[in-house]
Ligand binder design. Structure first.
Ligand code: DX5
Ligand code: ZN
Length: 225
């Protein structure tokens, strides 16, 4: 298998007072997804670089850090220095997206750009070749437990087509409202990294939830043209 489905549980839905325990519960996943929210780009306020450090200290999984902050130009590199393996910022928030990507790379991490539901895939035309990851938001960012927006599937196909046209293959990640019920169609449309907050942490057996989402996603991989 050239590409496999990867699961990135979001600790936004974890019990932050028991973070070590809740990280341990997802050790069968592929990434730990850390949702950084600043109370400005999105109404919610969550974690900073210290939680990235804590995640790295208490888990063997690579840290997939999703910055929902207004000033990635100023602070994205700090998350790479805190130990993030992937730092993803929002296209809508960056003034000089290319410079931010280069800064993340220089600080030693992989770089991703995220698109809000209303942002077209075409904004990536002149940057996709520099990216390690494209994160397509399937809800409006800010909160866990929202409903998947169906137009995301169309955007995933567009992102994949653009990557193919440029001859590059960044990871394509989807975030929001993802679970075992829709994982197959999401992967079929072009995603290979599935973020899941409530679908994993809302289940009693987190390892079982991870493998159910992964198995469902793999069905989509076999259906992909
Ligand atoms: C939303 C966050 C997501 C969120 C997903 O702004 O970026 O990562 O935790 O939560 P679920 O899977 O519950 O939709
Ligand atoms: Zn996220």
């Amino acid at each position: 298998m050239i590409e496999d489905v990867k699961i990135a549980p979001s600790i936004l839905s974890a019990d932050i007072a028991n973070l070590a325990r809740d990280l341990d519960a997802i050790s069968s996943a592929d990434f730990v997804h850390v949702d950084v929210m600043d109370g400005h780009f999105v109404p919610n306020l969550t974690f900073g670089p210290n939680v990235v450090k804590a995640a790295k200290a208490n888990s063997d999984l690579p840290a997939d850090v999703h910055l929902m902050i207004t000033n990635p130009d100023e602070t994205a590199e700090e998350y790479a220095r805190a130990g993030a393996d992937i730092v993803t910022f929002h296209w809508e928030a960056a003034t000089h997206a290319h410079r931010v990507v280069m800064g993340i790379h220089e600080a030693g991490a992989k770089a991703g750009i995220s698109l809000n539901p209303a942002t077209p895939a075409s904004v990536l035309e002149d940057i996709i070749s520099d990216l390690d990851l494209v994160l397509v938001m399937s809800v409006n960012p800010g909160f866990g437990g929202q409903k998947f927006i169906p137009n995301t599937l169309r955007k995933l196909r567009q992102v994949r087509a653009l990557a193919a046209e440029r001859g590059v293959s960044p990871l394509v990640e989807v975030d929001g409202g993802v679970g075992a019920a829709n994982a197959a169609q999401i992967v079929e449309a072009g995603a290979s990294v599935l973020v899941a907050g409530s679908a994993v942490y809302g289940s009693e057996d987190r390892a079982a939830a991870i493998s159910q989402i992964r198995d469902a996603g793999r069905q989509g991989l076999t259906r992909r043209a």
